[in-house]
Structure formats: structure tokens, C-alpha cells
Write a protein that binds this ligand. Structure first.
Ligand code: IPD
Ligand code: CA
Ligand code: CA
Length: 259
């Protein structure tokens, strides 16, 4: 199942890599920051179509509106056709496809593909995490030696003040911070040690479902910002990092909320 999903995702990634951004029309969804193009729709449609043939009993949750009904329990694909749509619109070339396969509420497979770099991150529960065939692991660094990525929750401005206040505190305690524009890739970059942690105060299931499997299988820890387990089909805050940095990030957030 994993290798078939990987092949479908890799093939579909060509739609993103070959897209002519100069001709792409972007529609605003909830705000000027929240965009959708014909490419997002086309990628999701192709993934739904091919993955449904692979696992006909599966339900689908996708960012660009699911046409298939979802019920509790059973197999479910959770899909972001383009994570990093603002990057895509600006030809920043740091976006990905994110596909998770969840059984009941447990993620069992995560596949994240950056078509610009031809980098395929993937993991199956209990079998480790990989990047293009090679095993990956979190760095293991504490916060003081870490680079921490964070997301700005750009579609939910009520989180803006806390996000930037926390980012300043994290900056003070770490080596530096990063804002890349793709939460799914931030989780994969944490999984392979390019950064050492990631936080964002609100995300949707398609942003983190696949990355959560990859991060966990790479030895990382992922919870809500309050340290609770993540519910895979609900919006959630996300704190993901090496075990040491994760504990320190939770402490900083707690202190921020109490202070
Ligand atoms: C967004 C990206 C971004 C994160 C936002 C997400 P989209 O996803 O992952 O990095 O900060 O919260 O919504 O809209 O590009 O698929
Ligand atoms: Ca997304
Ligand atoms: Ca998206």
C-alpha cells in the first residue's frame, strides 16, 4: 500500500512542478491570504481518483472540499493537494503534496512530496521514516542548539499576537527561527534534522496528518501546544520537535500563557 501511494503522489507532483504560475488564476477563499488555484483542485481530483481505486472503501478529507461523505471510523485519506499555496503562487518553490492514511483515528501512513526538490518523505507506523529511500531521524538537539520553524496561522488572525510573542521567546532561547510557508514540510524538516522543532497555534488536519506519522517515526514528539495528544480529524495547535526541545517549547508556551 505504501509504495503504491508513494508512486501516485510522486506522479501527481508533476502537476505542481510543471504548472505555469504566470497563467494560474488564484481565487481567494476566507481572506486575501487564503488562496486556491486550478492546480490545487486538479491535484486533489487526481489524488482522490487514483487513491480511491487503490482503496475503494476509504473515505476522503481534502482541503479543497471533499465530495465524498466522511463518517467516523474506518480508513480515511487526509489530503492537502498543495501545502504552501502562497509559496506556490509566488513561485517560491517550497510546497508539497501531503497524504495521510488514517485507520479510525490513528495515522498509519504519511507521504509528503516536494516536487521542486524531488524529495519524498514517507513513513508507515512502526517501520521508521525515510527520505528518498534513506532513513531519517530528528537531530536530538536541545532548544539552546536548535533552529525552530514556526507557522503564522495566517488565516486565523486571532492567534497573531501569541504567535509572534512566542516566536520572540523561542528566538531568545534557541539559535534562530524560520518561517517557511509549508507546515507539512516543516514537520518533515524536523523529522530529518534540517530544523529541530516546529510550532503553529492552529492548523487543519491536512496540514499535519502525514507529517505527524513521519515525525513520530523519526523519533520526534508531536502534541498540541498544551502537551495533549493530537486528534487527527480536528483542527489543532501543533508542537513538534526533538524530545528535549519539545519539552522546552511546551514550557515556554505555558509560561507565556501564565505570564
Ligand atoms: C498553510 C501552510 C502554512 C501554514 C498555514 C497553512 P496552505 O497551508 O502550511 O505554512 O502557516 O497555517 O494553512 O494553505 O498553504 O495549504
Ligand atoms: Ca496546508
Ligand atoms: Ca493547501
Amino acid at each position: 500500500m505504501l509504495s503504491e501511494i508513494m508512486a501516485i503522489v510522486r506522479e501527481t507532483g508533476k502537476l505542481i512542478r510543471n504548472a505555469d504560475i504566470s497563467k494560474a488564476a488564484f481565487r481567494q477563499k476566507t481572506s486575501k491570504r487564503d488562496l486556491c488555484s486550478a492546480c490545487d483542485i486538479e491535484v486533489q481530483a487526481q489524488l482522490f481518483d487514483r487513491l480511491a481505486k487503490l482503496l475503494p472503501e476509504a473515505q476522503f478529507i481534502g482541503e479543497e472540499q471533499s465530495t465524498r461523505p466522511t463518517v467516523n471510523g474506518g480508513w480515511c485519506f487526509i489530503i492537502d493537494p498543495i501545502d504552501g499555496t502562497a509559496n506556490f503562487a509566488h513561485d517560491y518553490r517550497h510546497s508539497c503534496i501531503s497524504v495521510a492514511l488514517v485507520k479510525d483515528d490513528t495515522p498509519v501512513i504519511g507521504v509528503v512530496y516536494n516536487p521542486y526538490m524531488d524529495e519524498l518523505f514517507y513513513a508507515e507506523k512502526g517501520s521508521g521514516a525515510y527520505l528518498n529511500g534513506l532513513p531519517i531521524h530528528v537531530s536530538g538537539l536541545p532548544l539552546s542548539d536548535s533552529i525552530i520553524a514556526f507557522g503564522t496561522s495566517p488565516y486565523d488572525l486571532e492567534y497573531k499576537r501569541d504567535t509572534f510573542a512566542l516566536a520572540e521567546k523561542v528566538f531568545d532561547k534557541s539559535l534562530d527561527i524560520r518561517r517557511t510557508g509549508s507546515a507539512a514540510l516543516d514537520l518533515c524538516y524536523t523529522a530529518c534534522g534540517r530544523v529541530d522543532g516546529f510550532f503553529e497555534l492552529i492548523l487543519r488536519p491536512w496540514d499535519f496528518a502525514a507529517g505527524s506519522v513521519i515525525l513520530t517515526e523519526a523519533g520526534g514528539v508531536i502534541t498540541t501546544m498544551d502537551g495533549d495528544p493530537i486528534a487527527q480529524k480536528k483542527d489543532s495547535s501543533i508542537c513538534a520537535a526533538t524530545p528535549a526541545a519539545h519539552a522546552e517549547l511546551l514550557e515556554l508556551y505555558k509560561a507565556h500563557k501564565e505570564g
